[in-house]
Design a protein around this ligand. Structure first.
Ligand SMILES: [Zn+2]
Length: 64
């Protein structure tokens, strides 16, 4: 949702959902299945970039 606060447009995130390994944070928490599903289906966008998040697609390393 976008709103204007003090003349600046802001993004407001509401009703966020989390997935945790134990699935204990609420009805939207699908545990490990939820995490794996998110990782497989997520495509990084400008919000990820704006937040400085690393790309999930480049997470694999050669184990230096
Ligand atoms: Zn992303």
């Amino acid at each position: 949702m976008k709103v204007k606060i003090g003349g600046k447009e802001k993004n407001i995130i509401f009703d966020p959902m989390t997935h945790t390994p134990n699935g204990e944070t609420g009805p939207g928490d699908h545990g490990k299945d939820g995490i794996e599903d998110f990782v497989q289906n997520h495509k990084c966008n400008q919000k990820c970039t704006a937040l400085g998040l690393e790309s999930l697609a480049e997470e694999e390393s050669d184990g230096e």
